[in-house]
Design a protein around this ligand. Structure first.
Ligand code: ADP
Ligand code: MG
Length: 382
């Protein structure tokens, strides 16, 4: 089976007229890595993938595959495996012939074709389905045939563009695990494009967040979730509470922050030497995830404790989501386990708290332009 290739993207841009769909993008993907490009619709994900596949040519920068410059090489010579949302199996061909198609094109011998198709169908758990036609398969099975067809000839790289967005939620989650399993087993370097943050976090070794043609942050799913480096990422990945504040003082490991409502709190800074150089007086946001805000039952239980009132509770199965209004008028969203939350009623007073290692500090990129009127409610993503 294939051994993955490495990929290097260096200062790559793609313009449509004067509009930069991809704007000076640089990153590298390691051999065997599952690398996801995540971003809202229109952020340039598909455009970037097309540049890698060779369906479009970069206007600037270069692309290296396994150390070889492929920037101006035609798509068919790059020989990259692709899987798209509308996976377009040939309806008049059997499963066997669909999967054999790229091998026949590449002039593999009959016996090699038979063996490779057999192996790959086993890999995607469709052995025994050789004679069926696409319309005799479920959506998930069709998708697995398409995946088998994309990897059967051992391409150096596999590109996936929103491969699961046509499937319903359960099937999508099943296929996420399935693709990840196959990808790790084969060891094929994979670049996946999605606008679905849950999909990105589930499947990837690293995630590259894109916005407006540029890269906003590249990190492991854990790092991205725990230490978003911008308000955009904090809001785009998961749910979060954003509270406006100002840095009072900072060391390399900890910052003291004064937030709206005059709350003094401390924030542990990530140990990986986050380059942000926090300065006293600097306007920032602090971000706290709903699952890290807890009901306080004993004094001194948490680093930060706030008084408030329960405004609303919503039952979501495994947990209860509660909206709490703090004494200084800030609405916080918290997620409490169902057992524990049974007694939460709207209108009741509550103390909530969190620990400083669950708070992340985010520079306020638009501090200059931000309204100075403190009554303006900062945005909370839910
Ligand atoms: P995504 O896949 O993240 O949704 P795309 O890469 O498809 O985004 O598109 C990025 C931006 O480039 C969009 O604003 C889109 O309208 C524009 N764009 C994409 N392809 C073309 C094209 N062939 N001609 C003109 N504009 C394009
Ligand atoms: Mg797209």
């Amino acid at each position: 089976m294939a051994i993955g290739a490495s990929l290097e993207i260096d200062g790559v841009s793609k313009y449509y007229k004067k509009f930069a769909a991809v704007d000076k993008v640089s990153f590298s993907v390691e051999k065997g890595e599952f690398f996801t490009i995540l971003g809202p619709s229109g952020s340039g994900k598909t455009s970037l993938l097309k540049l890698i596949a060779g369906f479009e040519e970069a206007d600037q920068g270069c692309i290296h595959l396994n150390g070889i410059d492929i920037t101006h090489i035609k798509a068919f010579r790059r020989d990259i495996g692709m899987l798209f949302q509308n996976y377009a199996l040939f309806p008049h061909l059997s499963v066997f012939d669909n999967v054999a198609y790229p091998l026949k094109n590449r002039k593999f011998s009959k016996s090699e074709i038979k063996e490779k198709v057999k192996d790959v169908l086993k890999m995607v758990k469709l052995d025994g389905f050789e004679a069926r036609f696409p319309k005799q398969l479920s959506g998930g099975q069709q998708q697995r045939v398409a995946l088998a067809r994309a990897i059967v000839y051992d391409p150096p790289l596999l590109l996936l563009d929103e491969p699961l967005s046509a499937l319903d939620k359960n099937l999508r989650q099943q296929m996420q695990m399935e693709i990840k399993r196959i990808q790790k087993k084969v060891g094929i370097t994979t670049i996946c494009v999605t606008h679905d943050q849950e999909e990105a976090l589930t499947m990837s070794d690293r995630v590259c967040v894109m916005n407006q043609g540029g890269i906003v942050q590249i990190d492991t799913p854990e790092q991205l979730y725990t230490f978003p480096k911008s308000k955009f990422v904090a809001e785009f990945i998961g749910e979060t509470n954003l509270i406006r504040g100002t840095v009072a003082s900072a060391t390399r490991t900890q910052a003291a922050v004064q937030t709206e409502g005059d709350v003094a709190l401390s924030v542990n800074l990530p140990a990986d030497g986050d380059k942000a150089n926090w300065k006293p007086g600097q306007e920032i946001w602090i971000a706290v995830r709903p699952e890290h805000i807890h009901v306080v039952t004993q004094p001194d239980q948490f680093d930060t404790i706030l008084d408030g009132t329960v405004e609303e509770t919503i039952y979501v199965g495994e947990a209860i989501k509660a909206k709490v209004k703090t004494s200084f008028g800030k609405e916080l969203h918290m997620k409490v386990s169902t057992n524990y939350a049974a007694h939460l009623k709207s209108g009741m007073p509550i103390r909530v708290g969190w620990d400083s290692h669950h708070v992340s500090l985010i520079p306020d990129d638009h501090a200059e332009a931000a309204p100075t009127d403190k009554s303006v409610e900062p945005q909370v993503a839910v």
